[in-house]
Write a protein that binds this ligand. Structure first.
Ligand code: UGA
Length: 442
């Protein structure tokens, strides 16, 4: 099938490369000419495991092309995916200007029956506007349907999630559009047997916002429990583990820490809350989810203060800058705000991240960067862990302790076992678990 993808950001580019991998002919379009040139060379504009290989495979096989020409996307694709950004306005509302602009350009260039599918995360009722915009702009005899086909991929696991989804959701009132999308995804459906969920447009749009809002709620819920654990000496890790054994609750997304970040959860919770207000129903639960999430950063900084007393003049090593492992994405990354706050309070921040340092440098003028985790820790009064990169787990604890000026760790991601860290000679504070310290000498 011929497929066009408008917008080659994280979702768009992964979708394009994955559909080409499945044997479709794919055209990726983006009005950022520099990004198009990068992708055309077989380079990915962001870090995503496995994507570069898939991209090169598609380009070499001639099944994947990129272009800055949006009208070409409308002429080429039997399905045209809208994957442009839907950033947050200061009020929390989703800014849908790019979705409208792309819909207009596509409408003018439509040729033959085309399915226009929203893949960008959009508030419920956006599809109605997309359809109306295209109807008003397209030639009277243009044949098209609008569908919602939300994406559930996670950054860092995006290729895997796209090729092995838990479900494929298609929202449309047109049987013809639904059949076309089923045919597009047939290679995945046949191989994995994953559910193909067909709904109306509004329901599909809501499934996406409801899913991300629920994930954020789980994270804030366990973070609120973490605070109660800290006051009572209980251990949030054990609470979450036992809660997760109940299949109605499940173990995922119950990791307490410095809160959720990234390009999706914070934006989507805000947009969903705003939409609920606009609809007159409100969603105050989501305001609380946001409040708990933002309070995590302050809580973490307080713990660093408790470890070193005054921040001024203290050397703080920071491990991890990306909002989560296996990505260089710094959008809404808690570490960035935490590093800035520490610097503002006079601390000397020395940061290390396996892949996100180049992107961090323009954001963190006051910090310095070290080439390895151990070098960042050299002479530090405290080590602050902000992202749970796998390489940190394998660190040589003896060398780490010897490198630091004071053996104090504040772990915002609960990576290590507290008693083991105390045995290794560290004062180890984490989130929602008792602080562990080496036993006093004889
Ligand atoms: C999220 C959703 O998980 C995807 O299903 C969705 O497709 C995507 O948004 C999107 O809308 O595009 P992503 O932003 O890549 O994916 O990141 P997640 O893996 O969901 O993690 C989000 C944040 O929650 C991270 O900062 C992570 O550290 C934090 N988190 C996650 C916790 O603090 N605790 C947990 O237990 C799990």
């Amino acid at each position: 099938m011929r497929v066009s993808i408008v917008g080659t950001g994280h979702v768009g580019l992964v979708t394009a490369a994955s559909l080409a991998h499945l044997g479709h002919e794919v055209l990726g379009v983006d009005d950022d000419a520099e990004k198009v040139a990068t992708i055309a060379r077989g380079e990915t504009p962001f870090h995503e495991p496995g994507l570069q290989e898939l991209l090169r495979e598609g380009l070499d096989a001639g099944r994947l092309r990129v272009s800055p020409d949006v009208p070409e996307a409308a002429r080429f694709g039997e399905v045209v995916f809208i994957c442009v950004g839907t950033p947050t306005k200061p009020t929390g509302e989703a800014n849908l200007v790019q979705v409208e602009r792309v819909s207009t350009v596509i409408a003018r260039a439509l040729e033959g029956y085309t399915v226009i599918a929203e893949k960008s995360t959009v508030p419920v009722e956006t599809g109605v506007w997309v359809r109306r915009t295209i109807e008003l702009t397209a030639a009277p005899d243009a044949e098209f349907d609008v569908a919602s086909n939300p994406e559930f991929l996670r950054e860092g696991r995006a290729v895997h999630d796209t090729l092995n989804p838990d479900r494929i959701v298609v929202g449309t009132s047109s049987a013809r559009a639904m059949e076309r999308l089923r045919e597009l995804y047939a290679p995945i459906l046949d191989r994995t047997g994953c559910p193909f969920v067909v709904t109306d447009l509004a329901t599909a749009e809501l499934i996406k916002h409801a899913s991300n809002a629920f994930l954020a709620t789980k994270v804030s819920f366990i973070n609120a429990i973490a605070d109660i654990c800290e006051r009572t000496g209980a251990d949030v890790h054990e609470v979450a583990r036992a809660m997760g054994l109940d299949p109605r609750i499940g173990p995922a997304f119950l990791g307490a820490g410095i809160g959720y970040g990234g390009a999706c959860l914070p934006k989507d919770v805000a947009a969903f809350r705003h939409k609920a207000d606009e609809l007159g129903v409100g969603f105050p639960l989501l305001e609380e989810v946001e409040r708990v999430n933002m309070a995590r950063r302050e809580r973490f900084i307080e713990k660093i203060r408790s470890a070193v007393w005054n921040l001024e003049g203290k050397r703080i090593a920071m491990w991890g800058l990306a909002f989560k492992p296996d990505t260089d994405d710094l959008r809404n990354a808690p570490a960035i705000e935490i590093a800035r706050r520490l610097s503002e309070e006079g601390a000397d921040v020395v940061a290390y991240d396996p892949v996100a340092m180049p992107a961090s440098k323009p954001l963190l003028f006051a910090a310095t960067f070290a080439p390895t985790a151990l070098e960042a820790a050299q002479g530090a009064d405290c080590l602050a862990i902000c992202t749970e990169w796998e390489e940190f787990r394998g660190v040589d604890l003896e060398r780490l302790r010897d490198a630091m000026a004071r053996p104090a760790i504040v772990d915002g991601r609960n990576m290590f076992d507290p008693p083991a860290m105390a045995d290794a000679g560290f004062t180890y504070a984490s989130m929602g678990r008792p602080t562990a310290a080496p036993a006093p000498g004889p």
